[in-house]
Ligand binder design. Structure first.
Ligand code: ADP
Ligand code: MG
Length: 693
């Protein structure tokens, strides 16, 4: 396989544009893509024609405005390029207007009450900063999705806004720090994706996996991840073939899939692309998730992106690596050779620390979902408490600047510790802490709470906006300061004085940290229900309105959509449990118990000892009673959920009442699984699922 040939072969990328567009059109489009300047209508028309010709050559018959409604996945309708002519034939047409704007019937996408169904028109607008590509005979055009009244109905629109905001505020600060040649600051993101692979035929046999993406039942397997023999281990042949196909497909779509390896849990793997602009990274992460699934299907496998497909072994997350980079190629979070003297680094580092302390509730929210509730705080992933890991050396550097101790000493210490090959901060120091939810890893921050099936959009919308907000305050301070370098030191001082509580370099997987975090007054939001209200707090609505990322109405609508999603996920899970328990597990238990009872009688007749068999019969009939009662109870709870309750109370009810009832039912069924003969158990077990690839 020739990577350079394959890479981007299905993408309308810069090289294709340069080759196919008139020079002036190409230059104008490039400016739009790089600097976010608006696109001229005539330019759009020429681009559309070239795009269509190219796509048709690539075998495309259709185009789609590809968008990201608030469902964590992507959507789009597919239109053929054809236009009928008078002579009964068709010609292939694609106008600038069709490229720039589409009008899907938007009534079935969540809007959180922003639109009534009868006026459900929405429109999609081309995002020229993310490249179009051809997939399965369709030209995919990345687009934003809005209502006709101007509200964003997707995740891309606010993400693009947040990127503009942080660019503006960062440029302002850079100018004040004496950096004048920057036209655009780009939020860069590399999202590492974890996933599980299981055999497709087994997947097909489990309703819970098919409907909910996770197992709702399943006894503990004899072997889990205790031996640590999967992490970075040899990649099995079938998985290797899968990863090969996956890479090939992703590369052709212009996704820089770079690293692949086995993860901690058996059957768990990871893929990491090279970082790029947050917007493109977000689109590409969606493509990665979709491609992971389709390639699995083609290989007789099923790819599980759920945050916790299996109890007893680790769940999956997504590490959102984030930094800021200038259009001149400088990483603003790079400490350089002398961090103590690096005003740009110190200012931007402080802005992140302050932003995460002030808006940690939003970061927590960005990782909140019914699925991720099983993972956060399970001592396998960061806790539900947001804190920052800076590493001992960087922390003491900030402290020494704050207290006025000669920072050169600390700076030299850092350089001394770093091997010559690692000119920046020693990587091992930053890498060692894998338990922190938000870790500084050399020249970027790694936000590790996001769930594996979630869009990374919110994480980056919130980060960009929060950091931009702090940067705009720093901008004011620096503008009013008599001396810029002493003001930077004062900023460091103030961050250390006021925001140190958010910095934690210890092990986040301990009870002790939870206790300390509580004493420090850090918000502890254990469940999605605790996290969602952050979206409508005055503090956060003000933040979003100040920077035109969300209006108050949009905050409320998204709050409703998040609650809705949470309620629906749990309601579907509860209904699936009822269905499986009643129609699959109970009948199997009854059949097997009856058989055992017959066997006991036969053993008795033959003069054998009946007691051990009757013991099994007794335990199983007890469980049958409990499973039956638990099923009816769960069904009733699920049916009564919406009654006399506000939207938020319904979500709380699922969290506090329905989830524990699901747990109780599961325990009985899992116990039955451990008693019943393997050939009589109707579902593939954990051992089948995680070891048969
Ligand atoms: P680590 O060992 O800390 O996990 P890696 O070098 O393996 O770091 O990178 C992990 C992810 O972080 C990759 O997707 C990588 O492209 C991304 N990354 C690296 N530098 C940056 C940056 N400046 N901004 C955003 N993401 C980055
Ligand atoms: Mg990493």
């Amino acid at each position: 396989m020739n990577i350079t040939k394959i890479f981007g072969s299905k993408v309308f990328d810069d090289a294709v544009m340069r080759a196919r567009l008139p020079k002036s059109v190409y230059e104008s489009l490039k400016r739009t893509r790089k600097e976010g300047t608006p696109l001229d209508e005539n330019v759009a028309h020429v681009v559309a024609g070239a795009m269509k010709d190219w796509a048709v050559e690539m075998g495309a018959t259709h185009y789609t405005h590809w968008f990201q409604p608030m469902t964590n996945i992507t959507a789009g309708k597919h239109d053929a390029f054809l236009t009928p002519t008078d002579d009964g034939k068709v010609i292939l047409e694609f106008s600038g207007k069709s490229l720039v704007k589409g009008e899907p019937d938007a009534s079935s996408f969540p809007s959180g009450g922003l639109r009534a169904t009868f006026e459900a028109r929405g429109y999609t607008a081309w995002d020229p900063t993310s490249p179009a590509f051809v997939k399965d005979g369709t030209l995919y055009i990345p687009t934003a999705f809005c209502s006709y009244t101007g509200e964003a109905l997707d995740t891309k629109t606010p993400l693009l806004h947040s990127m503009d905001v942080i660019s503006d505020k960062a440029i302002e600060v850079l100018r004040l720090l004496g950096v004048n040649d920057v036209k655009r600051v780009i939020a860069t993101v590399g999202a590492e994706q974890e996933y599980f692979l299981i055999d497709r035929s087994l997947y097909e046999k489990r309703l819970d996996l098919k409907l909910c993406g996770r197992t709702l039942f399943g006894a503990r397997p004899p072997k889990g991840q205790e031996l640590d023999d999967h992490y970075f281990g040899r990649i099995r042949l079938r998985v290797s073939k899968y990863m090969h196909d996956l890479d090939e497909e992703l590369w052709s779509l212009g996704v820089t899939s770079k690293t692949k390896h086995n993860e901690v849990a058996p059957a768990q793997h990871e893929l990491a692309p090279v970082f790029e602009s947050a917007n493109v990274a977000c689109d590409h992460n969606q493509l990665i998730m979709e491609t992971c699934k389709t390639v699995a299907k083609k290989n007789g496998l099923a790819c599980l992106l759920h945050e916790k497909p299996f109890n007893y072994i680790n769940g999956s997350g997504k590490h959102n690596n984030w930094s800021l980079s200038t259009d001149t190629g400088k990483n603003l979070l790079s400490p350089g050779k002398d961090p103590a003297d690096n005003a740009v680094f110190l200012t931007f580092l402080c802005a992140v620390v302050e932003a995460v302390d002030e808006y940690g509730d939003l970061l927590r929210l960005a990782a909140a979902s019914a699925g991720n509730d099983h993972r956060l705080g399970g001592f396998e992933a960061p806790p539900a408490i947001v804190s920052i890991f800076l590493g001992e050396q960087l922390t003491s550097l900030l402290q020494s600047i704050a207290t006025g101790v000669n920072p050169d000493t600390v700076s030299r210490l850092i350089l001394h510790t770093a091997a010559a090959a690692l000119p920046d901060l020693p990587q091992d120091d930053s890498d060692r802490n894998r338990t922190s939810p938000f870790a500084f890893t050399g020249n970027k921050f790694e936000f590790r709470m996001v769930g594996s099936s979630q869009s990374i959009a919110y994480a980056n919308i919130f980060l960009n906006t929060a950091v931009a907000d702090v940067l705009s305050r720093y901008g004011q301070r620096l503008r009013n300061a008599a001396d810029v370098s002493s003001e930077v030191r004062r900023i460091v001082h103030d961050v250390v004085a006021e925001h140190s509580r958010i910095i934690y370099n210890g092990n986040n997987y301990t009870e002790e940290w939870v206790e300390r975090a509580r004493k420090r007054g850090l918000p502890i939001m254990n469940t999605t229900c605790d996290a969602i209200p952050a979206l409508i707090s005055d503090k956060n609505i003000t933040l979003f309105e100040r920077h035109h990322v969300f209006s108050q109405a949009e905050c409320f609508s998204r709050y409703d959509i998040m609650l809705d999603n949470y309620i629906h996920v749990l309601s579907i899970e509860a209904a699936t449990m009822v269905e499986m328990a009643r129609r699959t597990i109970l009948p199997a238990c009854i059949r097997y118990t009856a058989e055992m009872a017959k066997d006991a009688a036969l053993i008795g007749e033959a003069g054998g000892i009946q007691a051990p068999v009757t013991d099994i019969v007794k335990e199983l009939s007890g469980l049958i009673g409990k499973i039956k009662a638990g099923t009816s109870a769960l069904e009733e709870l699920n049916q009564n959920a919406g009654e006399d309750k506000s939207h938020y109370q319904t979500a709380r009810y699922y969290c506090d009442i329905v989830v524990p009832a699901m747990q109780r039912l599961r325990e009985c069924c899992d116990r039955a699984e451990t008693i019943i003969a393997s050939d009589a158990w109707p579902l593939p077990t954990y051992t089948d699922l995680i070891y048969r690839v």
